[in-house]
Design a protein around this ligand. Structure first.
Ligand SMILES: *Cc1c(COP(=O)(O)O)cnc(C)c1O
Length: 462
């Protein structure tokens, strides 16, 4: 019998957190416990379980923000009780959301940034769905006005993030995902002409392809679509999935034409919680002009006696990450974002250089010209008694989490690794990673894996 049960009359606070009630059992997994427990005990037990998650800062597979400054954390805390949808009750939070939309519309060169329409979302996935829905509605209206059938919509894209597969399935759209041609890392504009037809609701290039980190060439894609319009009369809009690139290109690659400077770009999505540097989960969708978002998709919410248009799949949402986004915009400014993203890009290029020097890797993308990321494969992999999956697994012993995965359709034979360099990841950490990588390869060379069939241990699309 535990001591505290055998000693009646002693107060709860006297006992050690780990030597009482819930701490002396495995935690309930299927049923709610009958009795309450002390707050500190339960906190510690759950906190301890979370230790097994590993260290998010060493998770080089994620695109998401893992460094959150104390001020942003405090703002998250300040808003923990606020529901973003309650624009009536929390008008200033709603106002901050609108400011963020206008700031982004301006950053992405919308013609009328102060009146452009846009919204926050839970992430790029929701924002992509909203962008896709607007394309579908616009296309259907046009078809119906022409008295033509509107029941077989299709969407053209390169190697896309999983959210576009979801969008296509949930909303009954044929996704025409162009295969990656040999030697390429994303779609080529030349692939588009054969794929489009009168049922194409739009083309979605990705600014910062999930699998490789490169930008798809939006300007050239737009030019190809101009040509198609001239020759075949098909006026096909572009939605840019700029989940990551939307917060990189405006600071590091100002000459790359990918945004509303191209008239054909009608909408853009980005993840505030990726290179937007806000904590999880906020995304953004912005339309070029009001007319690009069909009215039927907008629901009006009462707001201080007026009506505020909303467009969302979710209803209730936390407000903190949106407020933290505004904080980052003000705190960093264009100069700060340029500094942070520039440092990440330099660190990525440094890592690429060092990995190349080891002689063990073929560099596919070295962090220059796209996202601050590195993507590579194992040199002479068919002559080695181990794979990149084994390398990933062994690096985990030092806490590093690096995704290994095959490229999508048509290049599935090529297994790659990808490292995302994010805010808070300096040169020093990368140096340590390179040393660990070197040691890992040396170890695996000395100790061949007899059964090297390890599959992907985690998903790369994050
Ligand atoms: C991460 C990502 C998404 C999904 O965004 P979430 O913010 O995770 O919902 C969509 N597209 C691309 C290109 C991405 O990198």
């Amino acid at each position: 019998m535990p001591l505290h049960q055998a000693t009646p009359g002693r107060r709860d606070e006297v006992f050690d957190l780990y030597a009482r009630d819930l701490a002396e059992q495995s935690l309930p997994k299927y049923k709610m416990p009958e009795k309450s427990s002390l707050a500190d005990t339960v906190y510690n037990l759950i906190h301890d379980e979370l230790l097994l998650d590993g260290n998010s800062r060493q998770n080089l597979a994620t695109f998401c923000t893992t460094y959150v400054s104390p001020q942003a954390q405090q703002l998250m805390q300040d808003c923990v009780d606020k529901n973003m949808i309650d624009q009536d009750e929390y008008p200033q939070t709603a106002e901050i959301e609108h400011r963020c939309v206008h700031i982004l519309a301006d950053l992405w060169n919308a013609p009328e940034a102060s009146s452009t329409i846009g919204c926050s979302t839970t992430g790029s996935s929701e924002a992509a769905m909203l962008g896709g829905l607007a394309l579908k509605w616009k296309w259907r209206k046009r078809r119906e006005a022409e008295g033509k059938p509107a029941d077989k919509p299709n969407l053209i894209c390169g190697p896309v993030q999983i959210c576009w597969h979801k969008f296509a399935r949930y909303f009954d759209i044929e996704l025409r995902e162009l295969p990656i041609l040999d030697g390429e890392l994303c779609m080529k504009p030349e692939q588009i002409a054969d794929a489009v037809d009168e049922n194409t609701i739009g083309v979605v290039p990705t600014l910062g392809v999930t699998f490789t980190g490169v930008y798809e060439p939006v300007e050239k894609i737009s030019a190809v679509l101009d040509q198609i319009e001239k020759e075949r009369g098909l006026d096909i809009p572009i939605h840019v999935d700029a989940a990551s690139g939307g917060f990189i290109a405006p600071f590091l690659h100002r000459d790359v034409l990918w945004d509303f400077r191209l008239p054909r770009v009608k909408s853009i999505n980005a993840s505030g919680h990726k290179y937007g540097l806000s904590p999880l989960g906020v995304g953004w969708a912005v339309w070029r002009e009001k007319e690009d978002l069909p009215e039927e998709l907008i629901f009006n919410v009462d707001y201080l006696g007026g009506q505020v248009p909303t467009f969302a799949l979710n209803f209730s949402r936390p407000a903190g990450e949106i407020v933290a986004q505004y904080y980052q915009f003000l705190r960093l400014g264009k100069q700060g974002y340029t500094d942070v993203q520039g440092a990440c890009a330099q660190t990525a290029q440094y890592l690429a250089g060092e990995l190349e020097k080891t002689g063990h890797f073929d560099m596919l993308y070295n962090g220059d010209g796209g996202l601050p990321a590195v993507c590579y494969s194992l040199k002479n992999s068919d002559q080695r008694a181990y794979t990149l999956y084994d390398v990933s697994e062994r690096l985990r012993m030092r806490g590093w989490q690096i995704a290994s995965y095959p490229l999508p359709e048509n290049r599935r034979d090529l297994v790659v690794q990808r490292v995302l360099v994010r805010h808070g990841m300096g040169r020093d950490l990368m140096e340590l990673l390179v040393e660990d990588m070197q040691r890992t390869i040396e170890f695996l060379d000395r100790n061949p894996m007899t059964n090297s069939e390890a599959g992907p241990t985690f998903h790369h699309g994050r």
